[in-house]
Design a protein around this ligand. Structure first.
Ligand SMILES: [Zn+2]
Length: 233
């Protein structure tokens, strides 16, 4: 893909994540620069719904923009840089505060896949506890490389991690996969909360989750085209 195509997809991803209720005024999505895997693309510090191509900046693996030209980066850009450093297989990262997920980071009730669309959640996603790396008095934000590295360690090899009292990260081997996972983690959280009110939940088992995730990965273009159409209207 051309760099223009990549930036256009990143702009679409920003708008899609807003439209689908994953990000609001906050949250962000990045993708590695496929010309140079030691760099990644992320918008300047603005609301995702308002991102345009000229707002996209290139960052190094230290989390700093290469040519900011007066554009201010997101405070939490180290989420992206440290996950890319720790995970060569990750091509895209979404960070959100999507509301239905928050209870699962703070109650001890595990987020688990309730349907085939969220098999990527696996047995139960890890939960990042910022107090372990940052002590008892942080502002909860990933504002430096040390906290970013601690978050990446919590994520480990997983596709998704909750951040206690803050939000979540979804990662993918493509931009579309990371966006898909961010959207369906939120959907799963809504459905799981609803199901738990109704009775005992019969979750996907590990094998069902893994198999369903593999099948869905093969058809990920389909929802992407739909989501893109919705934001273009
Ligand atoms: Zn955040």
């Amino acid at each position: 893909m051309s760099i223009k195509g990549l930036i256009d997809d990143l702009v679409s991803a920003n708008h899609i994540l807003f439209k689908e209720g994953v990000v609001d005024g906050f949250g962000h999505v990045s993708t590695r620069d496929e010309r140079s895997p030691e760099r990644f693309l992320l918008a300047r510090s603005i609301a995702p719904a308002t991102v345009r191509a000229r707002d996209v900046m290139e960052f190094g693996m230290d989390g700093e923009p290469l040519s900011p030209r007066g554009r201010k980066p997101y405070l939490e850009r180290y989420i992206h840089s440290e996950i890319y450093r720790a995970r060569p297989d990750v091509i895209s990262v979404v960070h959100s505060h999507s509301p239905a997920l928050i209870p699962f980071g703070i109650t001890g009730t595990s987020l688990k896949p309730v349907f085939h669309m969220s098999g990527f959640l696996g047995a139960a996603p890890p939960i990042f506890e910022i107090r372990e790396a940052g002590g008892p008095a942080t502002d909860m934000l990933i504002r430096d490389r040390k906290l970013g590295a601690a978050l990446a360690r919590s994520l480990g090899p997983a596709s998704f991690a909750l951040m206690r009292g803050h939000g979540a990260v979804a990662v993918g081997g493509t931009l579309k996969q990371a966006v898909y996972r961010a959207i369906y983690a939120e959907v799963n959280a809504r459905l799981q909360s609803e199901a738990m009110r109704l009775g005992t939940v019969n979750y996907l088992n590990d094998q069902e989750a893994a198999n369903a995730a593999r099948t869905i990965d093969g058809v990920i273009e389909r929802p992407w085209e739909l989501w893109k159409k919705r934001v273009e209207e």
